[in-house]
Structure formats: C-alpha cells, structure tokens
Ligand binder design. Sequence first.
Ligand SMILES: [Zn+2]
Length: 266
Amino acid sequence: MPFLTPDRIWKIHVDGAELEINERIIPDDARSPRQIAAHIPKGGKMKPVALLGGNGKARGITIHNTDDINVPAGTTPAEQYSRATWPNANIRGVAVHFYVWRRSIWQNLSLTEQGWHASDGVSRRASKRPGYTIGGNVDTIAVEIIGSGPETEETAAMLSAWLLKEIKLEPYAGLYAHNYFMGRPERIVAGAAKNCPLFILPRWNDFKNKVSKYYSGLICGGEEVTIPSGGFVSAPPLRIFKNFHMFFPEVYGVLKRMRRSGRHVL
Ligand SMILES: [Zn+2]
C-alpha cells in the first residue's frame, strides 16, 4: 500500500520524551490537479508560498482539532491527513504545519512559512501581545490535533511547548485557539457554526497549563537530529473509529466518504 515516506525525520526532546517528526513539506511548486476550494482553482498553489509575517517569524501557535479517522494497519491518521493534503489534494486546500495523533507527528510546512487553516484569510487582528497584531494564517504555526485521545493531546502539548520556545514566545502570549481567529473567545461558543479546537476548548486552560509546564522545563530551544529517511519504520496499531463530530467543514466530504467505506487511505 502506497503510504507516505517522510523526506526526513527529526527529533525533539521534551520532559524526557523523544518525539519523532516526519517531515514531508508540500513543495513550493505543488499545483492542484483540479478546483479544490474557492481559493484554489485547477493549477492553483497548494499552499500560500509566503513567509510567516512576511519575514519568516511566527507570532504564535494555533491549535486545531479535527476528527479521528480509522485507517489501515501500517499507517496513522497523522500520516493519512498529511497524504490527503498533498499529494492527494483531498483537504480542500487546507494546509497546516503539523498533524498529531498519539505519538505520530507529520509536518507539511516549514516553520517559517504560512499555511491556510485559520478561517481569517490574510487579515490580522489584535494579538495577545500589546502592540502587535496577528493573523492566524499569515502569522502562526498550525498544530492540528487529531481526535481527543489523551496521548495525542499530550504530544501536541509537548510539541507546542517546543515550538513556542523555538519562536521565543511565552505560552500566555503565543498560544492561540483557532476560535480566536474566528473572532470568538477561547471556549465553546454555543450556537457558533464552528468551534475549534472542539475537544480541547472545554478544558483550554488545562491545556495551556500543560503547555506551560513543558515550556518551563525546556532549557533551550530543544534539539534537532536528522535521520536518513530509510530508517523509518511505521507499525502503529489499527485505530477504531469512534466519536464522530462534524466541525471541520473543509474535510467533511472526505470524512463522509470514509464513514461509508470503512477503513480508508486518504
Ligand atoms: Zn481549526
């Protein structure tokens, strides 16, 4: 089965845990095979191909949630979302920096480039840092948390802490829920068309505290180790599909198709 091969694997160390990041950056010249979103016609760019903030410096981390999916043995939902983004062009033009599921992390954008995930186009609003504005797409690194599993959330908290250290921002100033960029408070808003990160918003402060705990334990910006991609072996357990919630319209069509067909490679 044609699963993705990462271009490289790099590692970070947080609180004694070693996290492997499967890097597979969407190429700058990737072009959509068809019209996949209002902003991406056939032949359109699969990512903005622009530097964060215009200079490559992130002003924050945006936390998202998307649905867990069931996948065949030998792959993970993080790999499948990554594959669905590119090369399969099945995520309606959404591009995030990281997908996280349990201990599986896949990276699709560099830490200096813009994605398309925050529902705010190229706009900016007031940030949590006095004197700075911020746009979800144009200024932040996106961490997409797949499902609501505790191990997944823990991994995302560790990754977020490492990223905040990397971009030199304290969690209180640099961590954002997607809701923020939709002009909503960082909690579940009853009646809203969309709340994100849906599973984490009900305990957003707990998540922030978790990130802060990991952040304060990081002495420097972490460490990076490059490993030849040939050394990658993936043998995760089969994930049983559960707790379907529709809150990410961009991928709803994909998920609906998956529900009908059972296990799926995106
Ligand atoms: Zn989101």
